[in-house]
Design a protein around this ligand. Sequence first.
Ligand SMILES: Cc1cc2nc3c(=O)[nH]c(=O)nc-3n(C[C@H](O)[C@H](O)[C@H](O)COP(=O)(O)O)c2cc1C
Length: 202
Amino acid sequence: MDPVNAAIVYYSATGTVHALAQAAAEGAEKAGAHVRLRKVAELAPPEAINANPAWAQHLRDTADVAQAGIDDLDWADVVLFGTPTRFGTPTSQLKQFIDTVGPLWMQGRLADKVYSAFTASNTAHGGQESTLLGLGNVFYHWGGIIVPPGYTDPIQFQSGNPYGTSHVAGDGPPGEVALEAARYQARRAVNTAAALKAGRAA
Ligand SMILES: Cc1cc2nc3c(=O)[nH]c(=O)nc-3n(C[C@H](O)[C@H](O)[C@H](O)COP(=O)(O)O)c2cc1C
């Protein structure tokens, strides 16, 4: 059987979600997937970015990360989306990318793939679940197969979010528990996609 193709599509202003995305990419690779790590386009004006040195620095640091295109979703058997929480919702940058995929959706080419999502917010009750559930609405529209981490691995009892990996950025950069949760989430999504792929090929 061909390996599973996994796209990790994320937005990050100051690096938190980028770190989770890298961990997810590691987890997907360890599970045997071909992986594309892709950032979505930055939409904020330079004056907003430059007013926040951490944002400007992260943009420079990730200049060589390839930008997501709709072909990445077409290619993928499994897609993990990562976004900071903004007022309890995904960022406009990620949503703008999602809003460009209508042509694939119209052809039914987003259906039957595995989807999962991860996020960060500044505070523990700042809307992580509402962001992840909001992305879930998109996956329903696509006819996707949503694979959340649940409490299916011991790491989930430490990280504590069954909807998807999440990190409180106000506590500092993601530590080993959050990174391992992201790796586990990706591994579980890839393993599910592999089982589906094998079943469909049979
Ligand atoms: C416009 C805006 C809205 C935000 N809304 C929330 C929010 O609703 N809840 C929260 O806890 N943090 C909120 N934050 C903080 C971000 O979630 C946090 O900076 C982000 O998760 C860090 O991820 P990054 O380093 O990948 O950019 C907001 C930040 C911005 C700029």
